[in-house]
Design a protein. Structure first.
Length: 365
């Protein structure tokens, strides 16, 4: 019995220690973000080395916004052209273009139109959608943007999911080829949104903070199905120029993306919202950019001027171990690709000028 007392005392002291001090030693993953003690050369950037085109931007109120404010922000970043992918089409598009002209910004801002899938079950929907597309291009639209809602959430009146490769859309893809305008298409979401929500999911923090982004094989369909549908469109419409948004969700697997680009020479890619994937593999990404330098375009997605700084630093510098601006996108650090000037110029403006039909002389004054 006497031997039990020391054991109970040790057990009690252990419990007391955990009770008094254990709480202070616990910390949420979101909160743990210590400043780095690493001492290496740093070259933070606030302006691109060359004028650039942001091929992937969204400005929903462009018909009424003060364009002069946007132009001032663009000048500070060295953004020569901002492409607004949210033109909507019809009168909304006309209103945006008229406001751009009001500020004399026709060479600084380009707008893509969009397609409404309302009434797709009607027999004349395809023909009417093509007419609307032609009308929008006549009014100044420089391309067509397809949002991820196609395939994910867009349904017909019967409640059926409209597949990305629905044959009723074929005339639209074909007409874009005839008109010589590119189609920037965003399909699906990161594959991790379909994976189990546990400690093995790299997007765990994003799914925790944004639970509405979680997907499953029945909500609305398997990730592989959506990607196959998108690639089927590329396979059928080889005379149309496509831009696969977000590196086609293959920025974390550049070998797969290489095979994709080799299979579809009429498809290009932009890296909006996935620069963090490139910044953690600078050597592999550098080789990829060297090989596909004519097929890669600069894209950002959400318009927040201070976030461009990370893009510039990843592309232009050889800096090591610097932070990304959204922990829930990337809890890892960035490394610069240190791209040579000839490739930077292609990524920043030459490829976009060729594909979208922008005046190259505006970039090389």
């Amino acid at each position: 019995m006497a031997a039990v007392k020391p054991f109970l005392l040790i057990l009690f002291l252990s419990f007391l220690s955990n009770f008094l001090f254990g709480q202070d030693n616990k910390m949420d993953f979101e909160k743990y973000d210590p400043p780095s003690s690493l001492k290496v050369p740093e070259h933070p950037l606030t302006k691109a080395k060359f004028p650039f085109v942001d091929l992937h931007s969204h400005h929903w109120n462009m018909a009424t916004q003060d364009i002069s404010i946007l132009l001032k922000e663009m000048d500070a970043l060295n953004m020569q052209v901002c492409i607004n992918l949210s033109g909507r089409g019809g009168n909304a598009l006309k209103g945006m273009i008229e406001n751009v002209k009001k500020y004399g910004a026709e060479d600084r801002i380009a707008i893509f139109t969009n397609v409404s899938f309302n009434g797709i079950e009607e027999g004349d929907w395809s023909a009417n959608a093509v007419k609307q597309l032609e009308f929008d291009v006549q009014n100044g639209a420089k391309g067509l943007k397809i949002f991820k809602s196609l395939g994910l959430s867009t349904k017909d009146k019967a409640g059926n999911r409209i597949a990305i490769d629905d044959p009723r859309l074929d005339p639209i893809w074909a007409k874009c080829g005839e008109l010589g305008i590119p189609v920037l298409i965003h399909s699906a979401d990161p594959a991790q949104f379909w994976e189990p929500f546990d400690e093995n999911n790299e997007r765990w923090l994003e799914l925790k903070t944004h639970p509405g982004r979680k997907r499953s094989d029945t909500d609305p369909a398997p990730f592989s199905t959506l990607i196959k549908e998108q690639h089927h469109v590329f396979q059928k419409h080889t005379k149309t120029t496509f831009i696969n948004a977000h590196f086609g969700w293959m920025a974390n697997d550049l070998d797969s993306l290489s095979r994709f680009l080799d299979a579809f020479p009429h498809v290009n890619v932009e890296f909006g919202a996935v620069i963090a994937e490139l910044g953690r593999q600078p050597r592999r990404a550098g080789i990829f950019f060297e090989k596909y330098q004519d097929r890669i375009l600069f894209g950002k997605d959400a318009y927040n001027p201070e976030e461009y700084f990370t893009y510039f630093r990843v592309l232009e510098t050889a800096d090591e171990y610097f932070p990304y601006y959204k922990k829930y996108h990337a809890f890892w650090k960035m490394y610069g690709l240190n791209l040579p000037d000839n490739i930077l110029k292609k990524i920043y403006y030459q490829n976009a000028a060729r594909i979208v039909g922008l005046k190259k002389e505006n970039f090389e004054k």
